[in-house]
Design a protein around this ligand. Sequence first.
Ligand SMILES: Cc1cc2nc3c(=O)[nH]c(=O)nc-3n(C[C@H](O)[C@H](O)[C@H](O)COP(=O)(O)OP(=O)(O)OC[C@H]3O[C@@H](n4cnc5c(N)ncnc54)[C@H](O)[C@@H]3O)c2cc1C
Length: 571
Amino acid sequence: MKWDREVDVLVFGAGMGGMTAALIAALEGLDVLLCEKTDQVGGTTSTSAGTVWIPGSSQAVRDGVPDSIEDARRFLEAEIGPRAQTVREAFLAAGPAALDYLETRSEVKFRAPPRHPDYHSNQPGRALAGRALAPLPFDGRLLGKDFARVRPPIAPFMVLGGMMVGKDDIPILLKPFASVRAFAAAAKLLLRHASDRLRFSRGTRLVMGNALVARLYYSLTRRNVPVVFDATLVALVKGKERVEGAVVDIGDKRRTIRARRGVILATGGFGPSEKLRAEFMRDVPVAHSNAFIGASGDGFSAARAIGAAVDDRHTSPAFYFPSSLHKDTVYPHILLDRAKPGLIAVNNDGRRFVNESDSYHDFVEGMLRANAASPSVPAWLICDRSFIRDYGLGLVHPGAGRRTIERYVADGYLHRADTFAALAQQIGVDGANLAATVAQHNRYAATGVDEAFGKGGTEYNQFNGDPANTPNPCLRPIAEPPFFAVAVHPSTMGTCVGLSTDGDARVLDADGAAIEGLYACGNDMASLFRGVYVGPGITLGPALVFAYRAVMHLASNAAAEAGDARRRISA
Ligand SMILES: Cc1cc2nc3c(=O)[nH]c(=O)nc-3n(C[C@H](O)[C@H](O)[C@H](O)COP(=O)(O)OP(=O)(O)OC[C@H]3O[C@@H](n4cnc5c(N)ncnc54)[C@H](O)[C@@H]3O)c2cc1C
């Protein structure tokens, strides 16, 4: 093979998995090259909330919400049983070390919010805080002209032409006159944004996934780690013993790059690929994806082409959001509306089928289960005018005025009527059942107990409800016409099916043997949660930890060859 270039480590995909791997490789003194298919870093990570689920961290202790690995182990046992033991233990063992490594040696830093419950908060070993960590906000101005390389979040996650809004900012911006502090905080946010817009195409105060991506990219640029844009993995090159490198299209030139130590695949799974969805999600009526369009299965397919095994033994082949559709936007209903009081979801029969305040993934699982018995895809979120005023509905922000609502009604995103019978007729739902369902829901709202599905019954439900609403933060009557409906469809946020690996993220072949020189992390690696959505941050957490483990494995091999026994994987 004639190689155009040689490096120690060749990484594909500049999302969470790939940027973390490239950064740690550089910090370990390895000669690394990060190839990214598009002209921006970030992939799906840039549009995400940026939460990482990593039990037992020192960050949780520091922030006053300590968590224990032993509790997390019990929780995972209850949630996913005996599956994926090797990768699970590797994840638990290395998580805290990986976080500390990044915190002390780079600009990638996290905090533990005071409350962020696991999604099945009635299970043994669950955490109400300390396991889900959020990236610290980042000042995009530090990147200078490289700020333009950070993929922005989807437009509906920004306001005022490009200002990012974190969960904590929402109450301040909605009620700036509630207190002097709220007013000062809102004014600070708006002034900063106004000044940004004089110089940048969008706001530079970055939060959530965008802050995480910018922190990773800033750390890479500060260490002069080479990132090649428009560089697409075409195929892996496998010799007799190991993966030796890859064929890469850089712009319009085909190149061969040798990887002396290893290739790390982090191209984001295959959520948007209709072909791979048809193969691995055959029986699931999921036609939409929230994942970045570029994360379309390249790494996964390249590895399969050289004999990598696929792990598809998952409770669910993908993780889901319920999403409403508007023009090109697939808008995920994550936490702002479903759990709030005064909203129900119904199927074609006009009946509820799920606890609306459960996690997005569990909501969709409920939708898919109901659909097997009676058409429930799409399902309809139903509320009244006061709900939209207080909480918003999908793309319609809280407090939206008449003109905004008219616009969404006119283009068919929102349906509106003065009676449930008229609303049901518009959306093709059984009218008598819908009226009865709402009447029953309103009785539950009066007592505070949802006898049908238990809306508001868990810590997690209540976390996303409205604490000011009593007796149940997730229940209040739907009573003030006009009434509204929006359709929600199942969509993939990330794939669980992925390449089979060992605990060091080494890709395995059909016999379960490691393919030397090939690693996978992020969604290219099969999810260790086996299709059970246990808590916030369960794709980015493992992406970080297995990027760390992959590089430490490579680095310890390199060190061993160099006779340097000092370098050891810390887990
Ligand atoms: C709205 C939303 C919110 C979310 N919030 C969270 C959250 O808070 N916590 C959480 O854990 N998960 C969250 N997720 C899911 C999470 O964002 C993804 O699972 C995660 O970003 C995947 O990371 P990755 O590194 O595998 O891939 P990505 O971040 O998608 O990066 C993959 C990169 O690979 C590049 N690429 C693709 N093919 C090639 C090729 N052939 N050659 C070179 N490069 C290539 C792509 O262009 C892309 O830049 C969320 C998802 C969405 C949509």
